[in-house]
Design a protein around this ligand. Structure first.
Ligand code: 5RP
Length: 224
């Protein structure tokens, strides 16, 4: 039986079929994307050339340590492909992301990409999003007001993400995890959340993914 890490590595390596030398590649954040960065680093060591745009400080540090050339989003015109993990995906390939707290940069990099490829374990596929708590990135100023509005409007359990003290994103914001349980209309929820003053971004990635690679427990990879 394959370990969780071996399965993550399989799906990350499968995504390399979509990259070519000379491309600008967005690189994701999380434990699955970690294997992608490793695999790209190995390719670069063997002469593959690319410019990578990281989706978090953590990924930037990892990629830099492997000799991968990095650029900021402001330094490039467009990204050929971004490859990233996800926390949940529905049958229309809508996603919940942000379990690792990098949703804002991940969404900005994805939006600048010609192709957006998701790599994940098959268990992340669901019929309706929402079992995974939706991360909502908020400005620290007045965050309790935002939390209160979320609780009142959706009658949902919402928690400020923290471990002893609040989790702070790469861009200096807080995250409120919202237990909606079921999100039948992700586009509508995303729009409604964006109307709340203080909300910076949501972990709903609606109609953004072009390709989803899902790894099964036997290591086979399914393409959606
Ligand atoms: C980070 C993310 C990750 O892509 C998502 O949490 C999946 O992570 P993992 O591959 O570790 O399950 O959105 O903000």
């Amino acid at each position: 039986m394959l370990t969780k890490d071996e399965i993550k590595k399989r799906v990350a390596v499968a995504a390399l079929d979509y990259v070519q030398s000379g491309m600008t590649i967005g690189i994701g954040t999380g434990t699955t994307a970690w294997w992608l960065v490793e695999a790209l680093g190995e390719k670069v060591k063997n002469g593959f050339t690319c410019i990578c745009v990281p989706t978090s400080k953590e990924t930037a540090e990892h990629a830099r340590s492997l000799g991968i050339v990095l650029k900021e989003l402001n330094e490039i015109d467009a990204i050929d492909i971004t490859i990233d993990g996800a926390d949940e995906m529905d049958t229309s390939l809508n996603l919940i992301k942000g379990g690792g707290g990098a949703l804002l940069q991940e969404k900005m990099v994805a939006a600048a990409s010609k192709k957006y490829c998701i790599i994940a374990g098959a268990e992340k596929k669901v019929s309706t999003l929402g079992a995974f708590p939706l991360p909502v990135e908020v400005v620290p100023y007045g965050w309790k007001q935002v939390k209160h509005r979320l609780e009142q409007a959706w009658k949902a359990q919402v928690n400020l993400r923290k471990k002893h003290k609040p989790f702070v994103t790469d861009h200096g914001h807080y995250i409120i995890d919202c237990h909606f349980k079921s999100i039948p209309d992700p586009a509508s929820l995303n729009s409604q959340l964006h109307l709340i003053p203080g909300v910076v971004e949501t972990g709903l990635f609606v109609q953004m993914a072009d390709i989803v690679l899902l790894a099964n427990n036997d290591g086979s990879v399914e393409v959606l």
